[in-house]
Design a protein around this ligand. Structure first.
Ligand code: PLP
Length: 409
């Protein structure tokens, strides 16, 4: 496997957490779809913020507050550029993908009635599936599900049939499935959905750190992601949405920061994006998230995408040679994760054995129980890659899975 990236160097220089032993073995961290590790610069950025300019934003006339406000708003505009959002979009800071989707589902449900329809994908994470399921139950709107083909890709024929039939108000789908790892052709899907007046919410949690995303080019109505899956801190996420939508939607939460004027009789709300940012936002985290995205840009998506794809392809083939191992989804259009099971072994037991060999993977339903039901399994083992993973990590995983299979069968 050829790589232009030097993950060995990157691990040593930027990710001290990876240079440790777990259960007596050098750690191999392959749980990046759950959360990525943080480069030193991101950790330092948080410390620097608290040691130099920490102060609540927007309301202060004093120096520190103005510095903190400027840094927070600068992070917002950096993120807008990072996503190629352009002037038709706004960036709202949230706590993560989950809150971004809940915000939209909660506000958007004001426009749903029993004659309306919503379409979700069976591969949606619970954080996208459940808010829309609940919005439909609350409003009586129809809840429609797009399914997958046997190779794990979205069944576009069925999805387009649904769009034609029900002219849904909104379609919700992941850019990359956190179980199958397939990249959905969202640009094509959005263009099709718009023909029927259907808005599209894209869950970009498994995309944003792995390849360049231009929301403007995709023409997405809503695009959601989490900072902690993109080498940034926890507690911060992004909702990038078309300004026209955010102007129409009512606020999601009420409180400080989001108001224009409050009297006993009524409240008027602040301008965008503040109307959706009630309370003290995660300002130190926003600043550190900018540093994380700068780190990604410093390495370059060209290199990251190629490296992760090569590593995934290599691992896919190596795992595929293990007798009795079943991988979910074909190799095509696959990004940086692989879900599998050893036939006859319980996914949890495989995960425990891998941990004993120093390898961190995730096991279980991956917050995607509708997909598990569709696949007919209670859970899978999932390995997921990041820019710092090496071929050596893949080799250690494959060797450990072989050992685990021998021990369990
Ligand atoms: N969507 C996808 C595809 C995910 O993989 C995850 C987390 O694993 C989420 C949404 C939820 O992200 P968070 O828990 O950061 O809100």
């Amino acid at each position: 496997m050829k790589t232009l990236l030097n993950p060995e160097y990157i691990q040593g220089k930027d990710f001290p957490i990876l240079n440790q032993c777990v259960n007596g073995q050098p750690l191999v961290y392959l749980d990046n779809a759950a959360t990525t590790q943080k480069p030193r610069k991101v950790v330092e950025s948080l410390t620097r913020f608290y040691e130099t300019i920490n102060s609540n934003i927007h309301r202060g006339v004093h120096h520190l507050s103005q510095e903190a406000t400027a840094a927070y708003e600068d992070a917002r505009s950096y993120i807008s550029d990072f996503m190629d959002a352009g002037s038709g979009y706004n960036i709202v800071f949230t706590r993560g993908t989950t809150e971004s989707v809940n915000l939209v589902a909660s506000s958007f449900s004001n426009f749903l009635s029993p004659s309306d329809n919503v379409i979700v994908s069976v591969s949606d994470h619970h954080s996208t599936f459940v808010p829309w399921q609940q919005a439909c139950l609350r409003t009586g709107a129809g809840f429609n599900v797009a399914f997958l083909l046997p190779d794990g890709s979205l069944d576009l024929e069925q999805l387009y049939g649904l769009l034609r039939k029900c002219h849904a108000k909104i379609l919700v789908l992941p850019h990359v499935s956190n179980v199958i790892g397939k990249r959905n052709p969202v640009k094509e899907i959005i263009s099709e959905a718009h023909k029927y007046g259907t808005a599209v919410l894209v869950d970009g949690a498994q995309a944003i750190a792995h390849f360049p995303v231009s929301v403007k080019d995709l023409d997405a109505d809503f695009y959601c992601w989490s900072g902690h899956k993109a080498y940034g801190p926890t507690g911060i996420g992004v909702l990038c949405a078309k300004t026209a939508w955010l102007e129409k939607l009512p606020p999601y939460q009420f409180g400080g920061e989001m108001i224009e004027d409050v009297s006993i009789e009524k409240t008027t709300f602040g301008a965008l994006p503040f109307k959706f940012e009630a309370g003290t936002p995660p300002f130190a985290e926003a600043v550190a998230l900018k540093v994380a995205l700068q780190y990604i840009k410093g390495i370059g998506f060209g290199q990251i995408e190629q490296h992760e794809k090569d590593l995934t392809r290599y691992t896919y083939h190596q795992l595929g040679e293990i007798p009795g191992l079943k991988i979910y989804g074909s190799e095509e259009e696959r990004d940086d994760l692989i879900s599998f099971n050893i036939e006859g072994a319980y996914h949890y037991d495989v995960g425990v054995l891998l941990d004993q060999m120093g390898i961190a993977v995730r096991t279980g339903h991956h917050c995607a129980q509708p997909l598990m039901r569709f696949l007919g399994v209670p859970g899978t083992v999932r390995c997921s890659f990041a820019l710092y993973n090496r071929q050596h990590d893949a080799d250690r995983l494959v060797e450990a899975v072989r050992k685990a299979a021998k021990m369990l069968l």
